[in-house]
Design a protein around this ligand. Sequence first.
Ligand SMILES: [Zn+2]
Length: 315
Amino acid sequence: MTPRLILIPLLISAVIASTGHVLAQDKGTLDPKPLPPLANPNDPKIGAKELFGRKLLPAAMPTRVVGFYAKGCIAGAEALPINGDTWQVMRLSRNRNWAHPDMVELLERLSVKAHKDAGWPGILVGDMAQPRGGPMITGHASHQVGLDADVWLTPMPNRRLSREEREEMSAVMMVRSDRLDVDPKVWTPGHLKVIRDAAMEPRVERIFVNAAIKKALCRDAKGDRSWLSKIRPMYGHDYHFHVRITCPAGAKECVSQPPPADSEGCGPSDFAYWFKDSVIHPKPSKEPSKPSHPMTLSQLPPDCRQVLAAPDARQ
Ligand SMILES: [Zn+2]
């Protein structure tokens, strides 16, 4: 493994350790309380997540993606409707079903494909972005620019879920208890089909899944395997997969990331890091984790101030 490949997971684990991690199965509430007003919203040291987390609607501005997946914001985001023929949005209390219109359209299309190809009634959609993107108070280092979305690895049931179920229902754990493979009791050919459908979308740049899931995809994929290069092992992602799309054409302020290498990423060396005992069973750290310094507004691209200050878009 090259030093660069080692460094990336380390950096990511540092981010997860410092921000805490909201999981797909974390429950929501039927009675979300608005966040209390900030005593001093102009304090330059205040976390940008406190500011973006208090915006309930998108900015009334033309659609603009500003910055990078893990450091940015979005104006003119669109909501994925909470119910479609072939999708339902989960954890409505989080108000994170916002994204760039291209992502909304992609999820709708993907849900139809999942229905046709895997025979699923549809897909359950988890966190996308906040109405104006930006950092979040809980979970996710990325999901900041409306180009990331989490899709549950649990098929949509063949009925409309209640509000309560959308907050309380748990996704199915796909990884076997030894963390080295998927759980054969729950992993099905349909899972591969849905993930493959997503990966085959030209705008999809990366898909994050647990390493055990990538291993299963490597083993099970038949025929054209080129899409496997987009599937990237990642911490968490035992219950859902994370779809990331490229910057929209002409979005000059959107910071792209290099496309993944062409290789399938299915060789033993690709998994060596992920299946190390220290990664599968991380030791709890002895020292309490230091409080992290949240990203401030001045660390985001300057135009995110404008996005934050704009009036609410009418929905
Ligand atoms: Zn995600």
